[in-house]
Design a protein around this ligand. Structure first.
Ligand SMILES: NC(=O)C1=CN([C@@H]2O[C@H](COP(=O)(O)OP(=O)(O)OC[C@H]3O[C@@H](n4cnc5c(N)ncnc54)[C@H](OP(=O)(O)O)[C@@H]3O)[C@@H](O)[C@H]2O)C=CC1
Ligand SMILES: CC(=O)C(=O)O
Ligand SMILES: [Mg+2]
Length: 655
């Protein structure tokens, strides 16, 4: 066959071709041979030798499948999808090579690392033979995630993949019960195991490999109208550190809450991850990890990638709210400052957490029977000087200025902030501005640079203790006991997530202080029985804030998210706690009312933005009509999970 091909090419050679061959032969002498024709001055023998060495041509057509689908439609077709059945019976599609992703319009719809059919088979074989261990003993011991919670998560995932209307109805009707399953703490376990649990691809995956392609790639997403985007780079997932692309579980969980809590339509939200590599060596070494196998990109190249992502999504979906989530401290504030003055963006960990912490303190003051002005009288110890901790401290200080009439300097003097090296004082060289404002003066005789938490608590006698270090049990029995000794009703918020990283449990705080503390925690905690009395634990988590804040910003078309809007969210939330719940010691309203809470937060945010001249005409008119009308207007934008009649529109016919 090969000979046939050579002969046929040779006999069809044109005059021009022959001349070319002659020139070539003259140039290289008898060493020259070509495939497709013999050189006239060349060696026929050499040519024959070559042919003798080549294996015979065996006709074997490449296995090409002609497909009439692209993009998401292709991925959701189990025949064309190069997927596997994972432990959750859904498809994944990482076996598409990159050139094929381009051809088939699925670039960005899949994690960047490709896999092979063999690896997929090995994985299924392992599951087939040994079953799949969902929750390891250490997860149960430290993560607060049990096999039962993992099982429930699977049930909900499966349902979400089959029927979103039913999923959201179920979630809304059982919000307080199911939030811990779709969100913290279970979402922490999901992210840690994302590479094992990898299921139907959801959202968009951007990576450094996509540099200069993002503006085009976003058009692979099959939705013209996106209202909310949550993005992470996976660098600080809850308190679990760098989980790389596995962090995608967080934008998915947050956006489930956008839809359940604030009524964003599920088809109009977009979870995103920017994969710039990971410094988590164990993940990179895992053959099932589906992110890039490279260390994290840093410096200007990192910011170029994030800039490109922001420009790409904002160009296609200019009305979307963009929430930055779980970026490490090194980048979180820089990114927020980079975009916040001209894009509809906010950082949930810095700003959402800040608002929920201030709201919780106002709620705590209600429990103590004190007005909001009493905030200025508090002495506050905050463990954790990262994006969450410093955002919280800054917001509470702003509350002290606004409600308590303090100067910014006097407000700053009410805080003692600790990081991994202990108490932060101005003695520390090179403190960033947002920390140095709250660093204790070096002349401070009460507590000194580097003092540990117990020393600080004993010396400062704080009324409020906040935990945002993500380092686990820092509120030891001694610390809690010291809090209870000097303060009749200490406010204690271990806000780190997930449960494994919380500073203490409800049981520890309530029992050590004899039930006197006002308690709320980042991840949900059980009620505690003590001396015949039941103490209910509240949840100091930004889930109370970001859905309503984003809803207000989106429908009010506020263009930016201002500090005043965040303050409005923080101030309205404690007003929504029922008197009964206040009497029970709760510093936040019931999560069962989350839709109402989000609508009220959205209304408060819109009112404030309207006063600052930042809303669209329609929102301004709703504000002018009065609170009830504004609330109705806000609720009119919320998706309700019910079935509607379906109508068929043939292709090519416009709606
Ligand atoms: N409840 C909620 O709504 C929210 C909770 N969080 C939680 O807050 C935690 C921190 O998040 P974030 O601020 O973004 O993280 P960062 O990594 O930005 O900051 C962590 C901070 O904690 C300090 N720290 C670490 N270990 C210790 C220790 N042993 N003692 C005292 N301080 C310590 C670090 O100090 P150093 O720099 O010296 O290492 C750093 O200042 C996470 O667990 C996260 O889940 C975050 C957002 C919302
Ligand atoms: C709740 C949240 O945003 C966090 O722990 O990072
Ligand atoms: Mg977060």
């Amino acid at each position: 066959m090969w000979r046939l091909l050579v002969r046929s090419c040779s006999s069809s050679s044109s005059r021009q071709h022959k001349q070319q061959q002659q020139r070539l032969a003259a140039a290289v002498g008898s060493r020259c041979y070509t495939i497709g024709g013999t050189t006239e001055g060349g060696s026929q023998k050499k040519h024959e030798e070559l042919q003798a060495r080549l294996p015979p041509f065996v006709p074997k057509p490449e296995p090409v499948t002609i497909v009439h689908k692209q993009g998401m439609e292709l991925l959701h077709d189990p025949w064309y999808n190069k997927g596997k059945w994972s432990m959750v019976p859904t498809v994944s599609s990482t076996a598409f090579p990159h050139s094929e992703r381009e051809r088939m319009g699925v670039r960005g719809l899949l994690p960047p690392r490709t896999t092979t059919l063999q690896l997929q088979e090995d994985r299924i074989m392992a599951a087939y033979k040994h079953g799949v261990v969902l929750v390891k003993p250490e997860d149960v011991a430290t993560g607060g995630v049990t096999s039962e919670m993992a099982r429930k998560w699977k049930v909900l995932q499966d349902l979400q993949n089959r029927n979103e209307t039913l999923f959201y109805k179920l979630l809304l009707d059982n919000f307080a019960e199911m939030a811990p399953i779709i969100y913290t703490p279970t979402v922490g376990w999901v992210c840690s195991n994302y590479h094992n649990l990898y299921r139907r691809p959801r959202g968009m995956f951007f990576s450094s490999y996509d540099k200069d392609h993002m503006a085009a790639m976003v058009y692979n997403w099959p939705q013209d109208d996106v209202h909310a985007i949550v993005v992470t780079d996976g660098s600080r997932i809850l308190g679990l550190g760098d989980l790389g692309i596995n962090g995608m579980g967080i934008p998915c969980g947050k956006l489930d809450l956008y839809s359940a809590a604030a009524g964003f339509h599920p088809s109009k939200v977009l979870p995103c991850v920017i994969d710039v590599g990971t410094n988590n060596a164990a993940l990179r070494a895992d053959p099932l990890y589906c992110g890039l196998d490279q260390p994290r990109i840093t410096g200007p190249a990192y910011y170029e990638l994030v800039d490109e992502f922001v420009n790409a999504v904002m160009a296609r979906w200019p009305n979307a709210v963009l929430q930055f989530e779980d970026f490490q401290m090194a980048h979180a504030l820089t990114l927020l400052q980079r975009y916040r003055d001209h894009h509809l963006v906010f950082n949930d960990d810095i700003q959402g957490t800040a608002a929920v912490a201030l709201a919780g303190l106002y709620g705590g003051l209600r429990v103590l029977g004190k007005p909001q002005e009493a905030l200025a009288e508090q002495r506050i110890v905050c463990v954790g000087a990262g994006s969450a901790g410093m955002g919280v401290v800054r917001q509470i200080a702003a509350g002290m200025v606004k409600r308590g009439g303090l100067t910014p300097e006097a407000a700053a003097s009410k805080f003692w902030v600790l990081d991994a090296q202990g108490l932060v004082t101005q003695y520390r060289p090179g403190l960033p501005g947002y920390v140095s404002r709250f660093a204790r003066p070096t002349s401070c005789s009460v507590a000194e640079e580097g003092d540990g938490l117990l020393d600080v608590v004993r010396k400062v006698r704080p009324t409020v203790l906040l935990g945002l270090a993500g380092a686990g049990k820092l509120f030891t029995t001694e610390v809690l006991s010291a809090m209870g000794q000097h303060c009749e009703r200490p406010i204690i918020f271990p806000m780190s997530n997930p449960t494994s990283k919380m500073e203490c449990t409800s049981q520890e705080a309530i029992s050590v202080t004899g039930g006197r503390c006002v308690f709320a925690s980042g991840s949900p905690q059980p009620s505690v029985e003590l001396d015949g009395k039941t103490y209910v634990a509240g949840q100091a988590n930004n889930l109370y804030i970001f859905p309503g804040l984003a809803l207000g910003a989106h429908i009010g078309k506020t263009k930016i998210v201002t500090d005043n809007m965040l303050m409005a969210a923080a101030e309205i939330l404690p007003q929504l706690i029922s008197d009964k719940d206040v009497a029970a010691g709760l510093v936040y309203p019931s999560l069962e009312d989350i839709r109402l809470l989000s609508a009220e937060i959205a209304a408060a945010v819109i009112k404030t933005a309207a006063a600052d001249g930042h809303v669209c005409d329609e929102a301004a008119a709703a504000v002018a009509a009065g609170h009830v009308q504004l609330l109705d207007w806000v609720r009119g934008h919320m998706f309700t999970p019910t079935y509607s009649s379906l109508a068929y529109l043939p292709p090519g016919i416009k709606e």
